[in-house]
Design a protein around this ligand. Structure first.
Ligand code: WQD
Length: 344
């Protein structure tokens, strides 16, 4: 009998790649998603990639009664991977209450329902944004949590506290918090990838949309930072490598391998690359010349952040494997496939 995993936000960018990796590892997956930032045809593409169609129910995690009914309908869910959240830093500044309600109440609903339905494991999608501008680099899980620079970042910090307080309150729940750095790239089949609504906020989809001609020119936000080439530095992690970390975390919880009821891991490559480094790597791997200009800083940007991934490497046995060039090539192939399918 396959173990059942609930994936919230499973038609999203990281969620869909994680569903495939869970299926490849023998899990049965149930996806819930409110489709506010993704489309149901991702379910078809997941099936094309893995050969297995996951169960999909359109459902908002804010719908407590709906969630309760879902757990009753699909008995035996062993654990949850919770991706469903609003995640645009800039939008969160414009609409803070939408972010606080969506990102906090969704998690609270799940945690409240888990014990009632015998679901004792949760893997939570957190972010390096909780570190703010780290004092020391590379950043470890012990780095201080800095005051958030956006409501989005604040919701991630509060979410982590909600999980920790719940788990240590005597609840039967066990949890793993995965702090992602900058997820990029697409599935090697080019059937799954990032599909931002409207103008991309993140760097790599903006690069690929510029390269294919949807966008006129990429603006590099800031070139006077205290970095070797003046542009910001980030830890760009391949989305499939990131997805695999979630499967290892689920295995760890279900096989009782945890050393504490709540554990936290940085999921990054450990390599800091600047925005210009990434542009050069894109041009090198694809052979496509990118039209970009150096412009002013973007308000709220961190100057430099990259992970010390040793805890995940040693404890989870997980390591980023895919090269930046191969990752950027996968993003480009995805963009070309979107054009071929008439989607973008
Ligand atoms: C990366 C760098 C920009 C666009 C955010 C969230 C994080 C996660 C990923 C959700 C920065 C520069 C960008 C552009 C540019 N979100 N840039 N021109 O801000 O590091 O992280 O998204 O999971 O939690 O904080 O990612 O891709 O927006 O920016 O120069 O058109 O690229 O200034 O230095 P960020 P990003």
């Amino acid at each position: 009998m396959k173990k059942r995993i609930l994936v919230t936000g499973g038609t999203g960018y990281i969620g869909s790649h994680t569903v495939v990796e869970l299926q490849n590892s023998g899990y049965e997956v149930i996806i819930i998603d409110n489709l506010s930032n993704s489309s149901a045809d991702v379910v078809d593409n997941i099936e094309k990639v893995s050969g297995i169609r996951p169960v999909f129910e359109e459902l908002d995690c804010l719908d407590f009664a709906g969630l309760d009914a879902l757990f009753t309908k699909y008995k035996g869910i062993e654990a949850i991977i919770h991706f469903a959240a609003s995640k645009a830093v800039g939008e969160s500044v414009q609409k803070p209450l939408l972010y606080y309600r969506n990102n906090l109440v969704s998690l609270i609903n799940l945690l409240e329902l888990m014990p009632k339905h015998g679901v004792n494991g949760i893997v939570f999608s957190s972010s390096c944004t909780v570190y703010g501008e780290p004092d020391q680099l590379p950043v470890t899980e012990q780095a201080p949590i800095k005051p958030a620079t956006s409501p989005y970042g604040n919701t991630k910090q509060i979410n982590e506290e909600i999980v920790k307080d719940t788990v240590t309150s005597g609840s039967p729940i066990n949890a793993i918090l995965l702090r992602y750095f900058n997820p990029i790239g697409a599935h090697p089949t080019a059937l799954l990838g990032e599909l931002p609504n409207g103008v991309p906020q993140n760097l790599v989809p903006y690069i690929t949309q510029t390269a294919i001609g949807i966008r006129e020119q990429l603006s590099v936000f800031g070139h006077d930072y205290n970095t070797p080439d003046g542009t910001c530095i980030r830890d760009f992690i391949n989305v499939v490598d990131l997805a695999k970390a979630h499967v290892i975390a689920i295995d760890r919880i279900l096989n009782g391998k945890q050393k504490a009821k709540v554990e936290t891991f940085n999921i990054g490559t450990g390599i800091g690359l600047s925005v210009l480094d990434l542009i050069n790597a894109f041009e090198k791997s694809t052979g496509v010349k990118l039209n970009y200009k150096l412009t002013d800083r973007r308000v709220g940007d961190i100057e430099k952040v990259w992970a010390n991934p040793e805890h995940a490497n040693n404890e989870l046995g997980w390591k980023a494997e895919t090269s930046t060039e191969d990752t950027l090539l996968s993003a480009w192939k995805w963009q070309l496939k979107l054009r071929e399918r008439g989607i973008q």
